[in-house]
Design a protein around this ligand. Structure first.
Ligand SMILES: Nc1nc2c(ncn2[C@@H]2O[C@H](COP(=O)(O)OP(=O)(O)OP(=O)(O)O)[C@@H](O)[C@H]2O)c(=O)[nH]1
Ligand SMILES: [Zn+2]
Length: 214
């Protein structure tokens, strides 16, 4: 396990490590995050010095470090375990649980991802857990569902050189449920298809049939 992934998944050990955002080069700053949460509590009219809230800034900062752990890990390091299986048909992992954070409101959207690919001509496949790790990594960033979906698909294209990729994400956005338009239960489906699964209607229909079969 790489040090950066180790740190992101384990808040205790992460305290000693430097977590650097791959996009901005900025490091996770626990004191700054704590100060911001304390300031937010004051801004909403709360008293951050009352006993129930005393530990909240540090706790929330640690929680954000965990929720945004995907900012600090290179997605291309995830799909590095591959096997020569000579498998040339669809590989599909369905119903991968997903918790992400809407970048507009910083509240959760959650649901499932279905991730499938047709291996390249060598039939080289990746470990199944690595597909779930890839979903997790991109989910643990400030996101919009469309970008999350296509980022997963594009990382698979980059690393696996597959003949086709399909990613479908089904999620409920709490920003549409607990506030605003208040439509709990409304579900958003996004898809990203690449290669043969885009160009061949028959291949895509077969994959979608397997994905949507309950
Ligand atoms: N396309 C897309 N929109 C999203 C996603 N997550 C949240 N949104 C939307 O982002 C939009 C932000 O709209 P704004 O008008 O700037 O924000 P707002 O005033 O809080 O909007 P309401 O949620 O309608 O109250 C809202 O329509 C959200 O539903 C996402 O993953 N994809
Ligand atoms: Zn939102």
């Amino acid at each position: 396990m790489s040090q950066e992934r180790d740190a992101a998944e384990s808040p205790e050990r992460g305290a000693a490590a430097t977590l650097e955002c791959l996009e901005t080069g900025r490091v996770f700053d626990q004191p700054r995050a704590e100060a911001a949460i304390r300031e937010l509590l004051i801004a909403v009219g709360e008293n951050p010095d009352r006993p129930g809230l005393l530990d909240t800034p540090a706790r929330v900062a640690r929680a954000y470090r965990e929720v945004f752990a995907g900012l600090y890990t290179d997605p291309d390091s995830v799909l590095n375990t591959t096997f020569d299986e000579g498998h040339q048909e669809l590989v599909l992992v369905r119903d991968i649980p997903l918790y992400s954070t809407c970048e507009h409101h910083l509240v959760s959207f959650h649901g499932v991802a279905h991730v499938g690919y047709i291996p390249g001509s060598t039939g080289r496949v990746t470990g199944l857990s690595k597909l779930a790790r890839l979903v997790d990594l991109y989910a643990k960033r400030p996101q919009v569902q469309e970008r999350l979906t296509s980022q997963i698909a594009d990382a698979m294209v980059r690393k696996l050189d597959p003949r086709g990729v399909i990613v479908v994400v089904e999620a409920e956005h709490l920003c549409m449920a607990m506030r605003g338009i208040r439509k709990p239960g409304a579900s958003t489906t996004t898809s990203a298809v690449r290669g043969l699964l885009q160009s061949s209607a028959a291949s895509r229909a077969e994959a979608l049939d397997l994905i949507l079969r309950k």
